[in-house]
Design a protein around this ligand. Structure first.
Ligand code: SF4
Ligand code: SF4
Length: 427
């Protein structure tokens, strides 16, 4: 394990602004200590994930740095439409990029209009301010043409770092799946050029199994949350899911399965951090990148527990698996396109499958209500909220729509609305 001096040297070597980054180091441990650490009744095996998060800018970026020193390449990604399997099969490492904290928003404000969602601002700020080791260590960013804000942000970012942009179709007809297959082939070409490696059938088969195993572990974790009492808080489950975007996939899978063994024992003993009759909430909406625990913290300190996230930091990331039984490279790439196009992002039209998913989760996880979380200025998700509300009303599922950003300014206002919602669903 690298020493703090070695990590600091690495930050300097990859071009980070050490002084500005010290500002992040001054606030981040406080966020963890205030929101995650004080929870009662946490499982013991969550400790691994605590360590990953508390050393998030040190331990894993150092591994990526070492990979590069051996000639390997690192790909930074922003969206769950990027097929990590391909990058892995080409000897690369893909990693999520920073974009989940208010600390980076002012950096993004310098390049973007005020009415841009905080996720995009934060992502841009973390790169341009040189305060994210993941953004600095990456050789190439993979962007995607999903929402308008991201599409334009990539054009600005591409002046600073090589970018490959994937076009994500906005409908799910047969011809759209075919188009996404072609997009994956183009990604293969870019990644082959960067890594100098040729994509091979057996390497991709291994990559598919590795990433599927990560998804299987996350699905297993999520299923434990159907129990009452829940064996793990929503905040801790979200933290594990967030770690999945950064950690080594094989180690992550192993550690998540070890955690799940403990959660299974807790279910047998009917143990958990909240009483069995605690109101249960499914959260749906925009992604919550690390360390965005704002909504979960408000819900779980207002008398309810989050039992599932229909989100890109939730089921959209891991529910569907890639078919492992294709017999050639062409079949494998098609299988990837088929799997990734099952993701129900609001950038698609129509997108009623997302409402069907939310209703299914509300039933499977025995939820008392659904909270729809939209990041401010995200037109896609806030407009889709209307359709979601109607679909849930037809099923008689209580629904609350909240719009917020990364700051703490509206926290008490949100708390009042969440508490009122919990009161309603309790009665
Ligand atoms: S919400 Fe849509 S655009 Fe955003 S990460 Fe998820 S799939 Fe990608
Ligand atoms: S939250 Fe909405 S506006 Fe922001 S990046 Fe995601 S889809 Fe785009």
């Amino acid at each position: 394990m690298a020493t703090y001096q070695e990590i600091r040297q690495m930050w300097s070597d990859i071009g980070m602004d050490l002084e500005k980054h010290d500002g992040f180091l001054n606030i981040f441990p406080g966020i963890f200590k205030r929101i995650i650490q004080p929870q009662e009744g946490r499982p013991e095996k969550i400790d691994y994930f605590n360590k990953v998060v508390t050393s998030v800018h040190g331990r894993r970026p150092y591994e990526l740095f070492e990979h590069k020193q051996k000639g390997g390449k690192v790909f930074g990604t922003y969206c769950v439409y990027v097929p990590d399997e391909v990058l892995l099969a080409l000897g690369g490492i893909s990693t999520g990029l920073c974009g989940g904290d208010q600390f980076w928003v002012p950096g993004g404000d310098k390049y973007l209009p005020a009415n841009t969602c905080p996720l995009i601002k934060s992502s841009m700020g973390s790169r341009f301010d040189r305060t994210s080791p993941f953004c600095q260590v990456a050789d190439m960013f993979i962007g995607e043409a999903t929402c308008d804000g991201k599409k334009k942000a990539w054009e600005i970012l591409s002046r600073d770092i090589p970018m490959h942009i994937m076009e994500v179709p906005q409908m799910k007809r047969e011809k759209d799946i075919q188009r996404f297959t072609e997009e994956i082939w183009q990604l293969v070409e870019s990644a082959q050029e960067l890594t100098g490696n040729q994509l091979r059938f057996d390497a991709l088969a291994e990559g598919i199994v590795t990433i599927n195993n990560k998804r299987r572990a996350l699905n297993r974790l999520n299923r434990t949350r159907q129990a009452a009492p829940v064996p793990i808080s929503g905040k801790d489950a979200l933290m594990v899911i967030q770690v999945a975007f950064y950690d080594d996939p094989v180690r992550f899978t192993e550690m998540t399965n070890i955690l799940c063994d403990e959660l299974d024992e807790r279910i047998n003993k009917q143990e958990g951090p909240f009483p069995a009759d605690t109101p249960r909430i499914v959260v749906t909406g925009t992604p919550m990148a690390l360390p965005n625990w704002k909504l979960h913290h408000l819900i779980e300190t207002s008398g309810a527990v989050v039992v599932c996230e229909e989100s890109c930091t939730g089921t959209r990331y891991f529910e569907e698996l890639v078919d492992e039984n294709r017999s050639d490279l062409t079949g494998q790439i098609t299988a990837l396109a088929e799997r990734y196009m099952k993701t129900n992002c609001a950038c698609f039209t129509p997108n009623q499958a997302r409402a069907e998913d939310v209703i299914r989760y509300a039933k499977e996880f025995k939820a008392d209500g659904v909270i729809d979380y939209t990041l401010q200025f995200c037109g896609l998700y806030s407009i889709e909220s209307h359709l979601l509300r109607e679909a849930l009303r037809e099923e008689g599922i209580p629904f609350l729509h909240l719009e917020t950003d990364y700051s703490e300014q509206d926290s008490e206002q949100l708390r009042t609305r969440i508490e009122a919602f919990i009161e309603i669903i309790k009665n």
